[in-house]
Design a protein around this ligand. Structure first.
Ligand SMILES: [Zn+2]
Length: 270
C-alpha cells in the first residue's frame, strides 16, 4: 500500500476525507484544495495499467486510439504554434502511442522530438515508429535532459497519473528554454460529467490509474509552485473531434469552466 501524508502540491498534512473509489482513498487538501489519492494499492495500479493500456507494441487498440484523438492533437499543435514558433526541440512526457508526436511531426518536420514514456511496450512501439526519437528518462519525475534544452514541453493527459506532480513541473521548468512553453491537458474534476454523474462513474475519478484530480485553481497553484507565472487556460472554439453544434457546446462548457479537460499553456519567463 502506498501512503502519503503530505499534499503533493502545497506540502500540507491537513486534509479531509473525499471518497473511497476502488483501490484508492481520496482526500482533499484543506490548504490548496487539491484532491489526491493519499493511499492506493500499488500492485492493483500495475494490474490496471496492464489491462487498460497496451501490453504489446502491436496492440490493435493503438491505431484506434490514434485515429480517435488525431483532431484533439491537431488542436494542441495549433495552440502551440500560436504561442511558440519555430520549435527546434520538443519533449512529450507520457508520449503513449506517439499519436501527438506524429501530428506534430507533420506540422513541423524540422523539430527534433524527445519523449518520456514509462510503459516498456509503449516505448518499444515508439522506437519502431520514430527511429530518431530520443528518450529523456523513463518517468515524468526523472527528466534526464540539460537545463534550457526545449522550446516546448507537452504533458497530455499525464499529470493525473504521476506520484509527484510538483517534481514533474519543477523538472519541466528546468529543461525549458527561457521563453519556452509548456502545454498541459488534464481531466477537470469539476467537469459537467463529474457534476452530472456520481463522482466514481465519471472517467476523471473512475479511471483506476488516476492519482491527482485537478481543478483550474489547483493546476495554477501547482505551476506557480514550480516557478511558472500566468497559466492561461485555452477555451477557444474547436481543437477536438467535435463538429457543428457539439463543437459549439464544447466551447461553451470550456468558457464556463466545466469541460471534461483543462487545457493550459504557460511560458517560462524570458
Ligand atoms: Zn495542498
Amino acid at each position: 500500500m502506498f501512503m502519503r501524508k503530505h499534499c503533493p502540491i502545497c506540502g500540507s498534512c491537513n486534509h479531509i476525507q473525499f471518497a473511497v473509489i476502488d483501490h484508492r482513498n481520496l482526500v482533499a487538501c484543506r490548504e490548496c484544495s487539491l484532491v489526491f489519492a493519499n493511499s492506493f494499492d500499488e500492485e492493483e495500479l500495475v494490474k490496471c495499467y496492464s489491462q487498460n493500456y497496451y501490453s504489446s507494441p502491436h496492440d490493435p487498440r493503438i491505431q484506434a486510439w490514434i485515429d480517435r484523438n488525431r483532431p484533439t492533437w491537431a488542436g494542441v499543435v495549433a495552440d502551440i504554434s500560436r504561442a511558440k514558433s519555430p520549435v527546434a526541440n520538443l519533449l512529450d512526457i507520457g508520449a503513449g502511442t506517439g499519436g501527438f508526436l506524429e501530428v506534430f511531426r507533420q506540422y513541423s518536420p524540422a523539430t527534433k522530438l524527445y519523449a518520456i514514456e514509462s510503459s516498456p511496450a509503449a516505448r518499444q512501439n515508439l522506437v519502431e515508429r520514430f527511429p530518431s526519437l530520443v528518450f529523456c528518462g523513463e518517468t515524468a519525475e526523472g527528466i534526464t535532459a540539460a537545463a534550457g534544452q526545449f522550446e516546448c514541453v507537452t504533458l497530455l493527459q499525464c499529470l493525473e497519473h504521476v506520484y509527484d506532480p510538483l517534481r514533474v513541473c519543477s523538472g519541466i521548468y528546468r529543461v525549458l528554454n527561457p521563453g519556452g512553453v509548456l502545454l498541459i491537458t488534464v481531466p477537470n474534476r469539476y467537469s459537467y460529467k463529474v457534476l452530472l454523474k456520481k463522482t466514481a462513474e465519471a472517467n476523471c475519478f473512475g479511471n483506476k490509474t488516476h492519482l491527482q484530480f485537478f481543478s483550474l485553481r489547483t493546476l495554477r497553484r501547482l505551476l506557480a509552485e514550480a516557478g511558472f507565472q500566468e497559466a492561461n487556460r485555452i477555451t477557444r472554439f474547436g481543437g477536438s473531434a467535435e463538429t457543428g453544434v457539439m463543437a459549439a457546446m464544447q466551447c461553451l462548457v470550456r468558457k464556463v469552466g466545466i469541460s471534461t479537460e483543462i487545457r493550459v499553456l504557460v511560458r517560462k519567463q524570458p
